[in-house]
Design a protein around this ligand. Structure first.
Ligand code: FE2
Ligand code: FE2
Length: 275
């Protein structure tokens, strides 16, 4: 593969990587950017304001369909299992883009913010590789099944404010991933799909860290703005994400990821109100 020349600024290189539609190039660039950032080879210099539009590169051959037209994902057939793994793969590809969008878009954050989000990008690329290699052993690859574009809507909705992004992407969407993972891992084990279960276990552990990074920056920004983080989180959930909150919650994972008892009480009450 031909290596692309990367910018010497982290936000600019992040944008270059975000816009790549070739996934193998995106993975390669992601790891190179992270390496260069870690060894001090990248600045935080920006050419100006980020574009308002939230654009991101994905493979051109992906077929997008509405949620209700996605292929059946069941564990009883090889194809159904592959379709489920493919849906996780698509989430990881979006997650790489989400991480680079955060680095590119949000300015004037402390250096640690960019360190955290470039680390997330590298971990999402690692998750993508694990899942892709496994999917190949099943006889499929990225693009073998249709996908839906729902994940990106929340990224667009939160493009203007880093506080919204931290509250609603890691602390709602990725936290939802924590909620469903233990059950899927158990089902994989029950069907003797141990390789898939082991991969998901690695991803689950890393994702706790991603949600924790969301918690850390959400709380930091609230503090800086003189806002009560609990009241603000509740307000944002009510406004943007009420339909995304679903029980059962992964209490162990959410606690490790920094959800307070008060936040969990609120989320439980919200679910109870819906029933
Ligand atoms: Fe991931
Ligand atoms: Fe993640």
């Amino acid at each position: 593969m031909v290596s692309l020349p990367l910018a010497k600024s982290l936000p600019v290189a992040a944008y270059q990587c975000l816009m790549l539609s070739d996934v193998q190039q995106k993975l390669d660039c992601t790891l190179r950017i992270r390496e260069q950032w870690c060894c001090g080879g990248l600045s935080l210099k920006r050419p100006g304001e980020a574009h308002d539009a939230c654009l991101a590169g994905l493979p051109e051959e992906l077929e997008f369909v509405p949620f209700n037209r996605l292929p059946k994902r069941s564990l009883t057939s090889k194809q159904g299992h592959a379709a489920l793994i493919h849906s996780f793969l698509h989430i990881e590809c979006n997650a790489i883009n989400i991480a680079w969008d955060a680095v590119y878009r949000f300015q004037h954050m402390p250096d640690a913010f960019y360190d955290d989000w470039s680390r997330i990008a590298a971990e999402e690329a690692y998750h993508f590789r694990l899942l892709q290699d496994y999917l190949l052993t099943l006889g499929y690859d990225y693009g073998s099944f249709p996908v839906h574009g729902g994940l990106w809507q929340m990224v667009e909705q939160t493009r203007s404010d880093v506080m919204l992004r931290m509250a609603l992407v890691p602390r709602v969407l990725e936290a939802r991933g924590l909620d469903v993972s233990p059950g899927i891992i158990r089902r994989f084990r029950a069907h003797e799909m141990d390789e898939a279960a082991d991969i998901l276990q690695i991803i689950y552990q890393d994702e706790i860290g991603h949600v924790a990074i969301g918690t850390k920056w959400f709380n930091t920004i609230c503090k800086e703005r003189g806002l009560d983080s609990h009241a603000t989180f509740e307000n944002l959930i009510n406004t943007y994400a009420i339909d995304k909150i679903r029980q059962p919650f992964d209490l162990v994972g959410r606690e490790k990821a920094g959800f307070s008892q008060r936040e969990m009480k609120y989320l439980h009450a919200l679910e109870a109100k819906k029933q």
